[in-house]
Design a protein around this ligand. Structure first.
Ligand code: SAM
Length: 302
C-alpha cells in the first residue's frame, strides 16, 4: 500500500513523538518559563503508539522517527523501540535525541533495533551550549555521541539550529568537525515556533549558511539516496497526545484518540489515510504576515 496525498506525494515517513518531557530547555524550542506539561493520562500509552505505528506501516509508512520532547526520558522506551523495530514492513527506525542519556543508553538502543541517531547539538563551546539549552552540560552529550559510535551506530546526523549572534560563529567549526569525525552535520534554519516577534533577527537563511561555508570550502552537492530523497520530506506527525498532523504548522491536527478508543484498527488506518489526503501543499509560516498559533516543539515533536 502507499499513502499518497492530493498533491501526488508519497508519504512514507512518520515522526512519532513519545513524550513532551525534556531534560533540556532549549531557548529556540520553548519559552523561558517552560510549557505546561501533558498529564500522564493525556500521553498515549506505548500500546496505542504501537497500534498507530502498525496501522501507519500497513498503510504505507516505511520509516519511523521517534522523537519528543526527549524520547530517552520516557520510562520503558527501549522495550517500546524493540517492539516498534519488529513491525513487519518497517524499513527504517531512527531516533532523535539531545544525547544527554546516550552514554548509558546507546548500546540498549542499538540492541533494540534503532538503526540511526539524529543528535541535536547546537554548540561546541560549553558556555554557549549551556546558554542555548539553559543549563545543559556539553561534555555529557559529547560522551554520549562517542558511546553511540562505540555501540556500532552508523555515522550520526548532528542537527544544529543556527541562530544569528548566538552560535552562527560556529558554522565553520561544525563543518570542520565532519572532517575529523564521521558525522553528517545538518544546519537547521531557526523557525518562529514560539511566536517570537524578532525571529527574523535570529534566523540565518540556508542560502546564507551555504555562502558562508563556500567562502572557506568548496561545496559540492550530493544526490540523495532513494529513501532520503524527495519522498522523505513528505511526512506525517503524531504527537505524544495522539494528535496527527500532516504539517508541523497545520494548527489543531486530528485527534486519533476517539478512533483508538473504538478499538477498530481498520478505522484507525482509514483515518491515517484521510489525514494524509488533507495534507497541505506547503507550510506558510515564514511568509510575510503569516499567522500561526505559537507552540513549543517539545509538545509537537521535533
Ligand atoms: N529532544 C530531542 C532532540 O533534542 O533532538 C528531540 C526533540 S527536539 C524538539 C528536536 C529538534 O527540533 C531540535 O533539535 C531542533 O532541531 C528542532 N527545533 C525545535 N525548535 C525549533 C525551532 N524553533 N527552529 C528550528 N528547529 C527547531
Amino acid at each position: 500500500m502507499a499513502l499518497i496525498d492530493t498533491y501526488g506525494r508519497r508519504i512514507n515517513y512518520l515522526r512519532l513523538s513519545v513524550t513532551d518531557r525534556c531534560n533540556l530547555r532549549c531557548s529556540y524550542c520553548m519559552p523561558e518559563e517552560g510549557v505546561e506539561k501533558l498529564s500522564h493520562s493525556q500521553v498515549l500509552s506505548y500500546a496505542d503508539l504501537l497500534r498507530i505505528s502498525a496501522e501507519a506501516v500497513a498503510a504505507g509508512i516505511e520509516k519511523i522517527r521517534v522523537t519528543g520532547g526527549e524520547p530517552l526520558v520516557r520510562k520503558g522506551i527501549l522495550t517500546f523501540l524493540e517492539r516498534l523495530a519488529a513491525l513487519q514492513g518497517l524499513k527504517e527506525l531512527v531516533l532523535t535525541t539531545n544525547g544527554l542519556l546516550l552514554k548509558e543508553m546507546a548500546q540498549g538502543l542499538r540492541d533494540a533495533g534503532v538503526q540511526r541517531l539524529n543528535i541535536s547539538l547546537d554548540s561546541l563551546k560549553p558556555e554557549t551550549f549551556a546558554r542555548i539549552t539553559r543549563g545543559g552540560e556539553l561534555s555529557r552529550v559529547l560522551d554520549g555521541i562517542d558511546a553511540a559510535e562505540a555501540a556500532g551506530f552508523p555515522p550520526h546526523k548532528i542537527n544544529v539550529v543556527v541562530m544569528q549572534g548566538v552560535n552562527d560563529d560556529e558554522i565553520i567549526d561544525f563543518v570542520e568537525l565532519t572532517m575529523k569525525r564521521p558525522y553528517a552535520v545538518r544546519f537547521i534554519e531557526y523557525m518562529p515556533t514560539c511566536g517570537d516577534a524578532d525571529w527574523r533577527d535570529l534566523c540565518v537563511p540556508g542560502a546564507e549558511i551555504r555562502e558562508r561555508i563556500a567562502k572557506r570550502y568548496a561545496i559540492e552537492e550530493i544526490r540523495n539516496s532513494e529513501r532520503s530523497g524527495p519522498s522523505k520530506n513528505f511526512k506525517l506527525r503524531v504527537t505524544a497526545s495522539g494528535i496527527a498532523k500532516g504539517c508541523l504548522f497545520s494548527g489543531e491536527g486530528v485527534d486519533l484518540r476517539p478512533v483508538l478508543e473504538t478499538g477498530d484498527d481498520a478505522l484507525l488506518r482509514q483515518e491515517i489515510g484521510r489525514i494524509v489526503e488533507a495534507k497541505p501543499g506547503r507550510h506558510k509560516v515564514t511568509d510575510e504576515g503569516a499567522e500561526t498559533t505559537p507552540f513549543a516543539m517539545s509538545r509537537v515533536g521535533g
